[in-house]
Design a protein around this ligand. Sequence first.
Ligand code: SF4
Length: 348
Amino acid sequence: MERGRTLGIVGESGSGKSVTSLAIMGLHRTSTTKRGGTTVSGTIRLDGEDLVSASPGRVRTLRGSKMAMIFQDPLTALHPFYTVGAQISEAYRVHNRVSKQVARKRAIDLLRRVGIPQPTVRVDDYPHQFSGGMRQRAMIAMALSCDPELLIADEPTTALDVTVQAQILDLIMDLQSEFGSAVIIITHDLGVVAEVSDDVLVMYAGRVAETGSAADVFRQPGHPYAWGLLGSMPRLDVARVDRLRPIRGTPPSLINVPSGCPFHPRCGYPEQVGGDRCQTEVPLLRETGPAHRVACHLTRAKQQEIWKQLAPGSAAKPGATAEPGADGDAAPAATAEPGQDVTGVEAS
Ligand code: SF4
């Protein structure tokens, strides 16, 4: 990611979005603790520095200063015993050798910047004295206190009223252009991604199913899972001629990922690939256009042909996903009513 760019990571609950961000931030309980935990392997580079092999101390130094995170529920992320100002000041002082007064002034400035009224007074409030939207603003202020290069927002609007959601998204985008951070927005709401992202990454079963610019992924998606997500989303800009098309079944447990393409039990297109490739061979991410990559065995021509029929507003409506019972090891078929949240994509 480049500074100033926004990446939207989408996928159903359980697809690995939050796990990925926790791995970047080094917030997993590691396997060296007595209660067991997580082993993270591979490579995560921030400014060229590998975070996976870095010591916990080094990651702690980077966390807050070079990378920061806005959590889903600010009420649980903020400490109830300390004032909002004290918590922002502490985050600033951990990374900057400044006096308490200077840090407090910085906290007031940040609260003002994120739109908290009377920041000189509210800085001494406790989290429970803030509304939900104000708490999320305070979290954003804390995350930005050290001007991070990477800001991860994990479902930053899920716990908020719909009227406040738009304000928070606007605020994150405004601050991004002011601070120049790279932003990752994790969400199951495709509307949010369409609104704010330059690039999109669709995750399924802990893997990248498709990635590309937002324009490419929304206009020319190549992965049947992306078709399913888009087909489940209500659209106001096209005439409604059909029911929403949910993806049948549920995401697999990541402890027991299906063989081959992990999406095959829910996919309606293995036959078009031919043989048992979908069941036996893990599809690699293949370039299907400039900076657009798809992990599916279907040829690009086939993907384009199918999407032409499925795209909103198209007359032809073959099923985007497998018919109920089409595959023996699939989860029970979903028989969703319009607007029902089967996929985790918000239908509102
Ligand atoms: Fe469907 Fe096969 Fe493509 Fe997987 S590889 S998404 S099962 S067509």
